[in-house]
Ligand binder design. Structure first.
Ligand code: AMP
Ligand code: ZN
Length: 477
């Protein structure tokens, strides 16, 4: 852990639970435990889902930048209403159906340079934990069995119900029940934690102590998060659409079962929109990452576009935006190359100040609830000012290295620059000479071959004959 990256005392996050920016302090010093609701693997994910995973990636990278160890859990929802419906429609066993999309999910996050989580638990592999939790809720009287044999959570029994979504439970509604996984705030009522098998479930069921059936979606995340992170942990994230009912219900189930606070900080990202509407499968207005890459867009530009907007602001997806992101990245890459090649006079105090203030500005902005737009503004001011110094020949080699190091440091969080290399091309003349030399060597005319080698050398092109063929490099003269 680098000294410079000492855990920050200054990080503040907007906590959905209190609707306020709060100073961040993990339960265990130096270690952060966070749960991020993962994909429902019934189909390919779209770039709206990826916006969510990118925000969580930047959050995790920022905590790591500040010296925290992060344990991140991202679940894979491989059994719920949607996965059952999709696999049955296609006539494929659910496991076979979801495995395809799990694989595609990992390919997508890899292409977007999203760091891997510590654990990716699958719901289907944690049924005993879910059953144990349901049993506990039944024993404590927070859950009851309906006449359909399913088990429901009684929201009237949990006095804090509605504390995340800020809803008042209507007394008259008590006793009303909802069995589907997703519903609106107005429909807040007793929700299902264990669904008794019915014919729509086909061969998807588990024979358990609490009957034949399957878990409700919400209980899955309660059981898996607490298994890997403990009964109380630091951060829970997801898109704003998950705030209700999913996260509200997670809180109710977990806190009712343990009697402890479930999560200290709730962070929710806003949506990626297309023409003013949430990008969503059911609206048919979505792109997958593969769709965009097939159109020739670079995954780094896609990453940049989606992480360059503050996570609590909506992003309207457009191809113009994507083009602009591509140009911005070219600018950054060029800047890194220029700083690596800097060989002028010293920029002195002016440059030292620019480096210091860029770092300070970037860090302060990110500490302030991951204010990426302000952090990037500091970065681009720096790029502009240093480019001016480079134009004047006022950056020496060592300073170039310092600038490069700072950019690498920023990129640990941004993940969009990566390795940079100047593409070096040979002149047509040099290419022709190399070709002539090849021909000479083929007829064992060593004398001409040597002469051409000298000629190339005089042009600054050094030739080496290796077992794999000819290698060349350009030597500065
Ligand atoms: P799902 O697979 O539908 O459970 O979604 C996985 C995650 O993506 C959840 O945290 C959702 O809140 C989030 N999400 C879904 N659609 C969007 C969108 N258009 N923009 C941002 N996040 C989204
Ligand atoms: Zn979840």
């Amino acid at each position: 852990m680098g000294k410079k990256n000492m855990q920050s005392e200054n990080i503040r996050f907007f906590n959905t639970l209190t609707r306020e920016k709060e100073k961040f302090a993990p339960i265990e010093k130096g270690n952060v435990r966070m749960y991020t609701c993962g994909p429902t693997v019934y189909d390919y994910i779209h770039i709206g889902n990826l916006r969510c995973f990118l925000f969580e990636d930047v959050l995790k990278r920022w905590l790591e930048y500040r010296g925290f160890q992060v344990t991140q859990v991202m679940n894979l929802t491989d059994v719920d209403d949607r996965t059952i419906k999709a696999s049955r429609t296609q006539g494929v066993p659910i496991k076979q159906h979801t495995e395809r999309f799990v694989k595609a999910f990992f390919e997508d996050i890899d292409a977007l340079n999203i760091e891997t989580a510590t654990y990716y638990p699958k719901a289907t592999e944690h049924i005993p934990e879910m059953v144990a939790l349901v049993k506990k809720l039944l024993e404590k009287g927070y859950a009851y069995r309906g006449e359909d044999n399913s088990v429901y959570f009684a929201i009237s029994k949990f006095k804090d119900y509605g504390k995340l979504a800020k809803i008042q439970v209507n007394e008259l509604k008590a006793g009303a029940r909802v069995k589907v996984d997703e519903y609106a705030k107005e429909e807040a009522s007793d929700f299902v934690v264990w669904k008794a098998w019915d014919t729509d479930d086909g061969d998807v069921f588990w024979e358990t102590e609490i009957g034949k059936g399957r878990p409700g979606w919400h209980i899955e995340c309660s059981a898996m998060s607490m298994k890997y992170l403990g009964e109380t942990f630091d951060i829970h994230c997801g898109g704003v659409d998950n705030l209700f009912p999913h996260h509200e219900n997670e809180i109710a189930q977990s806190e009712a079962a343990t009697g402890k606070k479930f999560v200290n900080y709730w962070l929710h990202n806003e949506h990626l929109l297309v023409e003013g509407k949430k990008m969503a499968k059911r609206l048919q207005n979505y792109y997958t990452l593969k769709d965009l890459m097939a159109k020739g867009y670079d995954s780094k530009a896609i990453r940049y576009l989606m992480m360059s907007v503050h996570y609590r602001q909506q992003i309207n997806f457009t191809f113009d935006g994507l083009e602009a992101a591509k140009k911005t990245l070219e600018r950054l890459t060029n800047f890194v190359l220029r700083s690596l090649e800097a060989d002028g006079k010293s920029g002195g105090d002016r440059l030292t100040q620019l480096i210091e203030s860029a770092q300070r500005g970037f860090e302060e902005a990110m500490d302030d609830d991951l204010n990426i737009s302000v952090a990037l503004a500091h970065l681009f001011d720096f790029v502009r000012d240093v480019n001016n110094l480079l134009n004047e020949g006022m950056v020496n080699k060592q300073e170039g290295q310092e600038i490069y190091k700072l950019m690498v440091k920023f990129d640990k969080v941004l993940g969009v620059i990566g390795e940079v290399k100047r593409e070096i091309k040979l002149s047509k003349e040099a290419e022709d000479l190399i070709h002539m030399r090849e021909e000479a060597r083929k007829v064992r005319d060593w004398k001409s071959a040597d002469q051409i080698r000298e000629q190339l050398k005089a042009m600054g092109v050094v030739i080496e004959d290796t077992a794999e063929g000819i290698r060349w490099r350009i030597e500065k003269q």
